[in-house]
Each structure stands twice: as structure tokens, then as C-alpha cells.
Design a protein around this ligand. Structure first.
Ligand code: ADP
Ligand code: ASP
Ligand code: MG
Length: 414
């Protein structure tokens, strides 16, 4: 079995959907499971829609909803011509439901996270109708499966935790009987065991593809992007970035952890556990080589330049000016567990962590620590990493090197 994932950029208009149709046709013999994201920037547009509704801006919310509707209807008209009615009526059902939720929000003036996730899910619900109907026109044996029936999560809205055993069971039960067919399903969206809609977090569709591949023991996952593959840096920011034909799972995990947004960081682990290869290929140039992520590492890769934006630094110092000992570290880490920690720097009298900037959560977790520690938080930062290949030889034998304002630390054999 083969799993393929098409992101928002690949289905940003009618031509994009046609192009995806051509790519899927080339793989039709493998009967792929096709995971699709919301078209273009629809998820952002839905986020704005929810914000306008919560702010009680009736007129603006109605206009925003119309923009999203017009965009999808125009694409359908262009794709299906005089066969558009069925598809339009399917979209219309979804828009009626969305409108009702938005009306509820306008009345409520509040956005409980679970309603937010219901709204955000519409991007993928809409795009999957469009792609499914298009594939049905050009290929035999195409089915659509609702991802909310096969990706099962807890109720952490805006970034739910997948319940692995329930998800595997549901995927196998639903998709194995369909293995001769091309299946279209949605990325990013999921549901709790009792059927409430959740999402896997922004950009989470790659992760959906990986969960499917893991459960189905797929022979490969292919994610189709607007870049030639994984590059040594984001080519939008660094035009000199070099294409990497191969990467090991570990290299890919490291790159995505430190900010290579080309693949969602959670994508690698499930497929690595089963040794399933992941290809990153260009939907603009589908014949080109792409990047193969597997056991074989990149050969002589250049230093990789990575950016992680929206970061904050938190520094803690014991209030009585004593050492930052292990007992204190334990208390700090236990308090910080709700944050995503990306880098840790400990000195004799302080601990600094670089975390994803989530202002409210940071305030909540840091405030109980102020009884024991002097704390300082700086936000609006970005974490910049140069990742060297494993055999990069900085000071002979160094195991860890860290730079900070006043010191270069290298951990060396005794
Ligand atoms: P999708 O369409 O699946 O959502 P994304 O837009 O999220 O895909 O990911 C592709 C983008 O990732 C590229 O347009 C590129 O700007 C960005 N990117 C960031 N880092 C890298 C990298 N190291 N290699 C390639 N692309 C990168
Ligand atoms: N549509 C979702 C987002 O924009 C998920 C994804 O594209 O992966 O975040
Ligand atoms: Mg994306």
C-alpha cells in the first residue's frame, strides 16, 4: 500500500487539483490512500472567520464566510463545468453547517476551543469533496473515507494527542477492505472516541499520512510539496539552499525539530518505527528525484540552516543566590512540562530554556516558580540552528558545544 499526501499549495486552484489528479493517476496501480489538506490558505481564512465571529462582527464574519464559499465554488465551476451541480450541493451542505456554527459563535461571543476545531476542520472537509469528485471523474474505483472515523484522539483541542491503539484499529478495519481502491481522506482532522471533532495541530496533515502508513504497513509515504524536496535551508529565505537527495530518519527528525517546516515534526517517528520510507517530492516537477528519508543518511551534507520562529527565553536563578542544583532543576522541569522546550542551557547559578512562545501558558507555568526563583522572560525571538553532519570535527573530541553571551562550552573527554 502507498500513502500520498497533498498539501494546501498543491490544491490551491482548479489547475492544482487537475495536476494532483494526474499525479494520482500515475500511481493508480498502487491504489494509494490520498491525504489532502485544505485548499490554499483556507485554514487561515477559517481561523479569521472564527475570530470575527467571537468578536461579534456579524457583517465581517458573513463577508469572510462568503469569500471562503466563493473561492471553493469558483474552483468547482472551473473544474466540473456543467457537471458541477452535485459537487456544489455537497459543498452547500458543508457551508450550511459551518454557517450554523458561526451563528452560534456570534451569539455566544466566546470561542470554546472545541468549537474552534469544528470550524477549522471545514477546510479539509471541503477540499476532500473537490478532490474526491475530480478523481472519480478521471479514475475508476475511488472512495472517500472520513478521517474523523479513523484518527482517534483525546479531547485536547487545537493539537490533540492521537490514541494510537484506537487509531490503528480503526484505520485497519476501515481501510484494509478498501485496499484495491484509491481512497481519499482528510489530513489534520480527527475526532475523540465519542465523536467530537479535533485537529492534530496546524500543518498536521503530514502526520495523518504517517499514522495511516504505520497502521497499514505501507510500502512508502510520498508527500508532495512546492519545493524539490528537503533542502539544506528554507529556499524561500536562502536561495542558495542545496537539495538533499537522501536523509536518515534521525537527520530528518533533527531538522524538523529545529524548524524545517517542510515536514511536520511528528511525521517521522511512526514510519521510522516500521522502517517505512518517506519521499518528499515536487508536485511542480513530479518526475524529479525528491528526497528519500530512510535509513541512509545524507552523504556529505552541507551545514543545514534552520529557523524556529516564535520563541521565548526563560531564565531562572535561585532567589537566594545558591547553586542551580538537581533538586531545583527537577522542580523547574516539572513546572515547565506544559511548554515545548527546544534548548536548555544550565550554568552554576541559572537555567535558561528556549521554548515555543505561548505567552499565556508561559505566564501560568512561570508564576508559581517566582517564590523560589528570580525569573526573566524574553519573547519575540527565533532559534537559529546550524546543524552539522555527525562527523563535523569541532574541537577534537568535543561532545557538546554551546555558545552563550559570555562563554563557549565544549564537553570533552576527560
Ligand atoms: P504543505 O503544502 O504540505 O503544507 P508546506 O508549505 O507546509 O507544505 O511546506 C513546504 C514549504 O516548506 C516550502 O515552501 C518551504 O518554504 C518550506 N521549507 C522550510 N524549510 C525547508 C527545507 N529545509 N527544505 C525545503 N523546504 C523548506
Ligand atoms: N490545513 C491545515 C493547516 O493549514 C493542516 C495542513 O495543511 O497540514 O494547518
Ligand atoms: Mg502546510
Amino acid at each position: 500500500m502507498l500513502v500520498m499526501k497533498f498539501g494546501g499549495a498543491s490544491v490551491k486552484n482548479a489547475d492544482g487539483v487537475r495536476n494532483v489528479g494526474r499525479i494520482v493517476s500515475q500511481y493508480a496501480e498502487d491504489a494509494p490512500v490520498v491525504v489532502v489538506s485544505a485548499m490554499d490558505k483556507t485554514t487561515n481564512a477559517l481561523e479569521e472567520l472564527a475570530a470575527l465571529a467571537v468578536a461579534g462582527k456579524h457583517q465581517d464574519a458573513a463577508e469572510q464566510l462568503n469569500r471562503i464559499r466563493d473561492f471553493h465554488c469558483r474552483t468547482v465551476e472551473e473544474l466540473f463545468g456543467d457537471r458541477k451541480l452535485l459537487v456544489l450541493s455537497e459543498l452547500d451542505d458543508l457551508f450550511t453547517e459551518l454557517e450554523q456554527i458561526v451563528r452560534g459563535l456570534l451569539l455566544l461571543g466566546d470561542s470554546p476551543p472545541r468549537i474552534f476545531d469544528r470550524i477549522m476542520a471545514f477546510g479539509e472537509l471541503l477540499s476532500s469533496v473537490v478532490l474526491y469528485r475530480h478523481l472519480r471523474e478521471i479514475l475508476p474505483s475511488v472512495t472517500k473515507v472520513d478521517a474523523r472515523k479513523i484518527i482517534v484522539t483525546d479531547a485536547t483541542y487545537k493539537g490533540a494527542e492521537v490514541i494510537r491503539h484506537l487509531t490503528e484499529e480503526a484505520i485497519r478495519k476501515t481501510l484494509l477492505p478498501l485496499k484495491e481502491q484509491i481512497v481519499v481522506t482528510q489530513g489534520y482532522i480527527a475526532a475523540t472516541p465519542d465523536g467530537r471533532v479535533t485537529t492534530l495541530g496546524r500543518e498536521g496533515s503530514d502526520y495523518t499520512a504517517s499514522l495511516l502508513a504505520h497502521a497499514l504497513n505501507a510500502k512508502k509515504v510520498v508527500v508532495w510539496k512546492d519545493v524539490p524536496g528537503v533542502m539544506s535551508a528554507d529556499p524561500r529565505k536562502y536561495p542558495d539552499a542545496v537539495h538533499l537527495p537522501r536523509l536518515s530518519y534521525d537527520q530528518a527528525v533533527e531538522m524538523t525539530f529545529y524548524g524545517a517546516t517542510v515536514i511536520h515534526p511528528k511525521t517521522i517517528k511512526p514510519i521510522q518505527n516500521k522502517g517505512i520510507p518517506l519521499e518528499v517530492r515536487s508536485f511542480v516537477n513530479p518526475e524529479a528525484e525528491g528526497t528519500l528519508i530512510g535509513y541512509t543518511p545524507a552523504e556529505n551534507p552541507p551545514p543545514m540552516i534552520l529557523h524556529k520562529s516564535k520563541q521565548a527565553l526563560i531564565t531562572l536563578r535561585p532567589g537566594d543566590f545558591s547553586f542551580m542544583d538537581e533538586g531545583r532543576l527537577q522542580r523547574i522541569f516539572s513546572a515547565l512540562r506544559k511548554l515545548n522546550i527546544n534548548l536548555v542551557q544550565r550554568s552554576a547559578v541559572s537555567l535558561t530554556v528556549c521554548v515555543d512562545d505561548a505567552a499565556e501558558t508561559i505566564r501560568d507555568v512561570v508564576s508559581p516558580l517566582t517564590d523560589e526563583f528570580l525569573t526573566e522572560t524574553t519573547s519575540g525571538l527565533s532559534l537559529q540552528t546550524r546543524l552539522y553532519p555527525r562527523d563535523f570535527s569541532v574541537p577534537a573530541g568535543a561532545l557538546i558545544i554551546q555558545l552563550n553571551e559570555r562563554a563557549i562550552h565544549a564537553v570533552l573527554p576527560d
